[in-house]
Design a protein around this ligand. Structure first.
Ligand code: WT7
Length: 676
């Protein structure tokens, strides 16, 4: 392997953050091409790491359980210290620190305020129309206590589920922390999902209360969230109360409120007692459910518990990003509705006492330089985003970052999907000025926190590789038959439990065991990804091996999209597959047959796409709809998606002889050619 420092090459383009970068686009392209040859990048020469990690690695290798116990004592504040660490007597139902007690909101707020850091900014919030609001730790603590009391006054008790459907505003953090303060289990739904997806998630989790917003805005347009919620969820029997936040820039007068059920967030807070002492909760008390897509149409309610989850988020946020809460300004551009937002906007940063940026809007509104404007304005030092966002920035061009001074940045991160080396290099040069280590963090909703990643400034990186497992994490590859793979490709597994792992699927232990622990036994967690291990022990994530599609780093299940399409009256059958996409990593292609042998047309296509957006969300809209007369099926009637994937990606078709009617594929291949 050729270790090489990137800085000299980076210096070849005239100050990537300087005004010349735009005009130097040609030379940037040449530099990128040249650097594609470079296999490995040492930590940038001038980078000074703030936290020691070598000691971690040694301690974790010697005794991973003791390593976690030490971290749990060092990083978290306990009301009752634990004496047990890991209980692995009933795999895969592991527990961590089970006899200890703590309150998560106290770890995120009270302890910082008590230590004299109440005036520290927790979030520099930026609204879509340029509004600025700094929220301190003391502010968050005051609001969290009032909302916790407000929830209690509405009858919410420890263990009850509270739904949260909010845009990127500080109230979403208060809502999550208020639940944690009283032991209610939050169930956040991504604000971009359709209200019908919210309904499903509230219904299956028996949510008693939903916290939502009057309206939300996106790129200058307004969405009537509360009215849509009423229309979709109004008749849910378990849902007793709806708390409504007045969103920024909204006109509250037009919002429908049902007396006795609906209450304004600000009025609830104003009427509540300001003091709500944190309740010590058992370490394994459920903290939240987050629904994620799986192999079937029914989303999986991934359940995380209190102490282990918080430990994972706190520890990795510090170690991976080398975060110093006293000096760093940290920004994760994800939405709180995803696990990335839970762990790396809310819990990790707050538990560490960090100062973060929270941004309400889109990266291209009011202009394509808004992210870099914000980095400059707040002197952001650590920036965490997704490969798909970086690819959008590449498409828009280097002239947008070049308008701003990005010299404050010291660490860059990515998450959600494999990053192609060219995007990695562009991020490194154009955003990071060649001086910032990039951490490509691999993890999942299920893992709660990052498991495979470089440690900023301490690990040599290879563009496209998430590098090595973090200390105390046992990631390995297996063949189909369960044999270990030491070099080459295989099925990614985690062979030792870790504190922030999911505990089960909500009210569905059976599906939990079946999904993750049936293939190689109850103590081998099967991730659902394939990966390649190189000679240096570096992991290269290839992608999902189940029927999950990764669109812009967001997980969607083929079955879920299919069942939405089939629910349309004109549709007889549908099969959904992924095809590689330059922008979004993967894109959804739907093969659809219509009822009554009707032929598809543009109007039906538009209708179907709108229909999917309405049932699941815009993300799930197929990029391409191919009309088929019939779908390729085996003699037993199973749809052969493998053939559809091949034809969508423009690959040679494999064996079609097992099809009931081999001619079907010829027709489909012809249609694919005709459907760009
Ligand atoms: C799946 C998990 C973890 C927050 C975002 C997504 C893919 C995630 C990477 C990465 C390659 C990645 C995997 C994984 N993935 N990070 N750095 N490199 N692939 O969470 O929705 O639970 O999806 O995202 O396929 O299994 P999620």
């Amino acid at each position: 392997m050729t270790d090489m420092d990137a800085s000299p090459a980076a210096a070849a383009i005239p100050g990537p953050n300087g005004p010349a970068a735009g005009e130097a686009a040609g030379s940037l392209e040449a530099t990128l091409e040249g650097l594609l040859e470079v296999e490995s990048f040492d930590p940038p020469a001038g980078f000074v790491r703030r936290r020691d990690v070598e000691a971690d690695r040694a301690a974790a290798d010697a005794d991973p359980v003791a390593f976690w116990a030490d971290r749990a004592r060092e990083l978290l504040t306990w009301d009752k210290p634990f004496t047990q660490v890991l209980d692995d007597s009933n795999p895969p139902f592991y527990t961590w620190f089970a006899d200890g007690e703590l309150n998560l909101s106290a770890n995120c707020l009270d302890r910082h305020v008590a230590a004299g850091r109440g005036a520290r900014v927790a979030f520099h919030w930026r609204g879509e129309e340029g509004e600025r609001r700094d929220v301190t730790y003391a502010d968050l603590l005051a609001d969290t206590q009032r909302l916790a009391n407000g929830l209690t006054s509405l009858g919410v008790r420890a263990g009850d589920v509270v739904g949260i459907f909010l845009p990127m505003i500080p109230e979403v953090v208060v809502a999550m922390l208020a639940c944690a303060r009283i032991g209610a289990v939050h169930n956040v739904v991504f604000g971009g999902f359709a209200p019908s997806a919210v309904r499903e998630r509230m219904e299956v989790s028996d949510a008693r209360v939903l916290i939502t917003v009057d309206g939300a805005r996106r790129k200058g347009r307004r969405a009537e969230v509360k009215a849509a919620v009423d229309a979709e969820l109004g008749d849910l029997p378990a849902l007793e109360r709806i708390i409504v936040v007045r969103g920024p820039g909204q006109n509250a007068a037009e919002v429908p409120m049902t007396p006795g059920r609906d209450v304004w967030f600000d009025e609830l807070l104003a009427a509540a007692d300001p003091d709500c002492p944190p309740v010590p909760l058992p370490a394994e008390h459920p903290l939240f459910i987050l629904y994620s897509s799986g192999s079937t149409a029914k989303p999986k309610g991934i359940l995380h518990t209190t102490a282990g989850y918080l430990l994972g988020a706190t520890h990795t946020h510090g170690a991976v990003f080398d975060l110093d809460p006293d000096t760093d300004v940290y920004w994760c551009s994800a939405d709180v509705g995803w696990i990335t937002g839970h762990s790396y906007i809310v819990y990790g940063p707050l538990s560490n006492g960090a100062t973060s940026v929270m941004y309400e809007g889109a990266p291209d509104y009011p202009d394509h330089d808004i992210w870099w404007r914000i980095v400059e304005e707040y002197r952001v030092t650590v920036f965490y985003t997704a490969p798909t966002a970086i690819r959008s920035c590449i498409k828009w061009g280097p002239q947008y970052p070049a308008r701003h001074d990005l010299s404050s940045l010291r660490v860059l991160g990515t998450v959600g999907e494999p990053i192609n080396p060219k995007a990695w290099l562009w991020y490194h040069l154009v955003i990071g000025g060649g001086r910032c280590p990039i951490v490509d963090t691999w993890w999942q909703t299920e893992t709660g926190s990052v498991l495979i990643s470089p440690l900023a400034g301490a690990t040599a990186t290879k563009p496209g590789s998430a590098t090595r497992p973090l200390p105390a994490i046992s990631a390995e590859l297996r063949t189909e038959d369960g044999e270990p793979v030491t070099e080459g490709t295989g099925i990614l597994v985690i062979t030792k439990p870790w504190p922030s792992m999911l505990r089960t699927l909500y009210k569905d232990d059976e599906r939990f065991v079946e999904t993750y622990f049936s293939r190689f036994g109850p103590s081998t967690y099967v991730v659902g990804d394939a990966a390649r291990l190189d000679a240096d022990g570096y992991f290269w994530i290839i992608g999902r091996i189940d029927d999950v599609i990764n669109v812009s780093g967001h997980r969607l299940s083929t079955a879920e999209v299919e069942s939405a399409i089939v629910a349309h009256e004109a549709v007889a059958e549908a099969a959904v597959v992924a095809q590689p996409d330059e922008q979004t990593g993967q894109a959804i292609v739907a093969f659809v047959t219509l009822t009554g042998h009707r032929a598809g047309d543009d109007a039906t296509e538009a209708q179907l796409r709108e229909h999917v957006a309405h049932r699941i969300g815009k993300l799930a809209r197929p990029k391409r709809i191919v009309w088929a007369d019939d779908l390729p099926k085996t003699r037993s009637g199973k749809i052969m998606r493998r053939l559809l994937r091949d034809v969508a990606a423009g690959r040679e078709l494999g064996d079609v002889t097992t099809l009931r009617d081999p001619a079907v594929m010829a027709v489909i291949a012809e249609r694919v050619r005709a459907t760009p």
